[in-house]
Ligand binder design. Structure first.
Ligand code: ZN
Length: 336
């Protein structure tokens, strides 16, 4: 009897152990399979989502290309200012779509928001600074252009009549690199230039035609040698101003002088100080500098001048265009 009871107990225990074993194996199998199944499901989902994302990306690209195309057609005109190019004038001296027909639409789509943002910033800036270089081209023009490029700023060159090959190349570079080209008389000889309105007109036409031949730009900007306040001219300066008006040309003097025009060269530090200390007094600050063979220190000071101006609050550097508020010594201008 005792033997029988023992055998039954043994049987029961064995069954329990077997059940426990099955349970453990079951749990083990489940713990292996569930993550695998989950992974497979997730993999399929990710694949589906990737596909959807690619489709949406394509749609977005198509959409933005067509929007950019529409915008650039209307707004690119505002990007080039200051002078009219041969065969490309739209009447008010701006580039038209014809002048950029070779540029791809992709480039335009990239350029337009940038140009727009810059234009907006420039329009609203409290201080607009115009770097101007008189008397060029010179042996330093290329170096000045390289410095300006390095800081991505545009300037204005008031040039004289120099017809050697290097000067022609420099004139073309000024235009090609997006700077404004202004006139500073062909001869730069005060005694001839200011003799009479006829003499002035002859010199003016000679330079304007020459620049047009070389660069394709018909300049509308003028700076009188010695400024409009010079004391050399025996003829009333207003007569020359009237003549320029008739030609559709605006003259620009300066309200800040770097001091590089004076005899005896100033130190780089002095040029920097002269060029920057009064900028915040002006809404329109036109800075006079020289692009001339004996003005090496101006080239050396230029990077620091630009860096200092760019670091000023609410201040931008711009090229002179027909829209720039003129600074004119013989006229008081309340908008400066
Ligand atoms: Zn000069």
């Amino acid at each position: 009897m005792m033997e029988e009871v023992k055998a039954q107990d043994f049987q029961k225990r064995r069954k329990r152990v077997q059940t426990l074993k099955k349970l453990i194996v079951g749990i083990w199998v489940a713990s292996m399979c569930i993550p695998v199944i989950c992974c497979v499901i997730l993999f399929v989902k990710v694949h589906e989502l990737n596909h959807t994302l690619t489709e949406l990306g394509k749609q977005l690209e198509d959409l933005s290309t067509s929007v950019a195309g529409l915008e650039s057609a209307g707004e690119y005109e505002a990007m080039g200012e200051g002078y009219a190019r041969v065969g490309e004038s739209s009447g008010d001296g701006v580039y038209t779509m014809d002048s950029v027909e070779n540029a791809s639409m992709d480039m335009l789509a990239d350029a337009v928001p940038d140009a727009e943002a810059r234009e907006m910033e420039a329009r609203e800036a409290a201080h607009k600074v115009y770097l101007t270089f008189d008397d060029g081209p010179s042996i330093y023009t290329q170096e000045i252009l390289d410095i300006l490029d390095r800081y991505d700023v545009k300037a204005t060159f008031f040039v004289v009549g120099k017809e050697d090959e290097a000067s022609k190349e420099a004139l073309m570079q000024i235009v090609e690199r997006g700077h404004s080209l202004g006139m500073h008389s062909y001869s730069h000889k005060y005694s001839e230039l200011y003799q009479s309105v006829d003499a002035f007109a002859e010199d003016f036409q000679k330079l304007r035609n020459y620049l047009y031949e070389v660069t394709g730009v018909e300049s509308n900007l003028y700076r009188f040698p010695g400024g409009s306040s010079n004391t050399v001219s025996r003829v009333d300066m207003q007569e020359f101003v009237d003549y320029l008006d008739q030609q559709g040309v605006t003259f620009y003097d300066w309200n800040i002088a770097s001091g590089d025009g004076s005899t005896g060269s100033l130190s780089v530090q002095q040029l920097l100080k002269n060029s920057t200390k009064d900028i915040e007094k002006w809404h329109t600050a036109i800075l006079l500098m020289h692009d001339a063979g004996d003005k090496r220190s101006s080239v050396e000071a230029l990077p620091m001048i630009i860096e200092n101006i760019l670091a000023m609050d609410d201040t931008v550097i711009l090229p002179i265009t027909e829209e720039t508020t003129p600074v004119q010594h013989i006229h008081t201008n309340i908008n400066q």
